[in-house]
Write a protein that binds this ligand. Structure first.
Ligand code: UDX
Ligand code: ADP
Length: 456
């Protein structure tokens, strides 16, 4: 039996530890966070993050071998394995501002570990996505004091996607574990692999060097995001040429060398990882004297911002170039469906642009209103957050679909059409709705990468 500690009870730490606790009942797992409110919610049935299936997993293990608490020091004392999953946002000041990772939370954690660990051998697992070579820096801090503990730093990036975290954790494509290339390093990586081996088939446990592991995580996210920017760039060309982006996506996705996933055109990708990780990757390339490579990856983010702006420009243009005093209702604010997370959601710049045009913005989202309020709290203008979707669309000149919640496909659009200002417009930022049917009801419909269906 080992004592496992996880520092940081967020979108990564919480679900991952719940899954390890469920599958490894012989180990004691303590998850700590400095945020008291978060910990209180992990200890209740009102979890701090919405994730389908998560509550059941937490309930099975909580108070059996899974514990959530705010005290970091005491569980560090007798920990054998420490997962670090604190946040590493993009640095917003000084050197590398807007590109590099802000490592202040992470470094504080390293120093806390050093101050409190008492076991002779401790494995520290880097779980947050971090710039390449962070594990090395972590090892240097841990070796710096006069601690009698011997530390082994392992990189084990998490590949779960929000909204499908439990599915992804239960059945991962692979689990990547990077260890130092010496006997002790390999042993540490194997100890971490043994936890996952409780439920993940051996052939999906991939042991690599620390740097390969760290870099693979950044590159996986960059490649996924690159597919979205590629298809989004083509959505613009489709609109000019009357080709249909759904047909193009399907046709190219059927080529087994390309594959069908991550080819859905959208208002732009969001989430806590893609933008941040590509910027890290780009910064890393710049640092290592590869400006062409840095520019190549930065352009994936550039296209993403352009796509969100294009969506906004289309609304403005189709609203006869004036939005002042008009009501625009946002269907969805989360960066994707099945999550309440709004980090880097394209809804944020969209709202900024709409409010700058003096539009009245009404926001609806089934799970993300609490976060949406925080995101927009400093913006000036007429913005409201509405829980009832039919109330949110009342009097609207246009609807902008941002998030592909299933429930938006099931709305009574005849009823919605009745209560909207005319002519009524729908801008579908996800090609999520039945456009023909909406057009028949009377809407002017603006999909992405397809010919618009206009009455006027
Ligand atoms: C991503 C990675 O998928 C995951 O492996 C990593 O651990 C964290 O980052 P996540 O950000 O949670 O996961 O969600 P993901 O499903 O990847 O979607 C990211 C964004 O891309 C969302 O805004 C989504 O709507 C958008 N997207 C996705 C598209 O616009 N088109 C697509 O075809 C797929
Ligand atoms: P992710 O999506 O990577 O999981 P989150 O922001 O959801 O990121 O979670 C990171 C968590 O780490 C937050 O809940 C934050 O309060 C916590 N955290 C940050 N620094 C520390 C620290 N020094 N000790 C404990 N928890 C920390």
């Amino acid at each position: 039996m080992s004592n496992i500690l996880c520092i940081g009870a967020g979108y990564v730490g919480g679900p991952t530890m719940a899954m390890i606790a469920k599958n490894c009942p012989e180990h004691k797992i303590t998850v700590v966070d400095i945020n008291e409110d978060r910990i209180a919610r992990w200890n209740s049935d009102d979890l701090p993050i919405f994730e389908p299936g998560l509550l059941e997993v937490v309930q099975e293990a909580r108070d059996r071998n899974l514990f959530f608490q705010t005290d970091v020091a005491s569980p560090t004392t007798d920990a054998d394995i420490i997962f670090v999953s604190v946040n590493t946002p993009t640095k917003m000041f000084g050197e590398g501002a807007g590109k590099a990772a802000d490592l202040q939370y992470w470094e504080k954690t390293a120093r806390e570990i050093l101050a409190n660990c008492r076991k002779p051998n401790v494995i520290v697992v880097e779980k947050s996505t971090l710039p390449v070579r962070t594990a090395e820096a972590m090892a240097r801090i841990l070796e710096s004091g006069n601690s009698s503990t011997q530390f082994f730093v392992v990189s084990n990036p998490e590949f779960l996607a929000e909204g499908t975290a439990i599915e992804d954790l239960s059945n991962p494509d692979r689990v990547l574990i990077g260890g130092e290339q010496n006997e002790q390093g390999r042993k540490a990586a194997e100890t971490v692999a043994a936890l996952y081996a409780h439920w993940v088939p051996q052939e999906r446990l991939l042991l690599t060097s620390v740097w390969s592991s760290e870099l693979s995580k950044l590159v996986a996210n960059a490649m996924l995001a690159q597919r979205i920017s590629s298809i989004n760039s083509i959505s613009a060309l489709c609109e000019r040429t009357e080709a249909d982006i759904a047909e193009v996506s399907k046709a190219i996705g059927m080529d087994t060398r390309i594959g069908s996933k991550f080819l859905e055109a959208s208002i732009g990708f969001g989430g806590s990882c893609f933008r941040k990780d590509i910027l890290h990757l780009s910064y890393l390339c710049e640092y290592y004297g590869l400006p062409e490579v840095a520019d190549y990856w930065a352009s994936v983010v550039g296209i993403n911002e352009w796509q969100t702006d294009r969506f906004f420009q289309n609304i403005l243009h189709e609203q006869f170039n004036t939005l002042a005093g008009k009501t625009i209702s946002l269907l969805g604010f989360a960066f994707k469906q099945d999550t309440g997370d709004t980090r880097d959601s394209p809804a944020i710049p969209l709202c900024e642009k709409l409010l700058a045009e003096h539009a009245k913005v009404k926001v609806h989202d089934p799970k993300a209103l609490e976060n949406a309020r925080l995101d927009l709290k400093d913006l000036e203008g007429d913005v409201s957050f509405v829980e009832d979707v039919y109330e949110a669309v009342e009097g609207a000149h246009a609807l902008a679909l941002v998030t592909q919640w299933q429930e938006y496909r099931e709305l009574d659009f005849e009823r919605i059409f009745q209560v909207m200002a005319k002519p009524a417009f729908i801008f579908d930022g996800r090609n999520h709705l039945d456009h023909e049917k909406l057009f028949e009801i009377g809407f002017n419909v603006f999909p992405l990468g397809k010919v618009p269906l206009k009455h006027v």
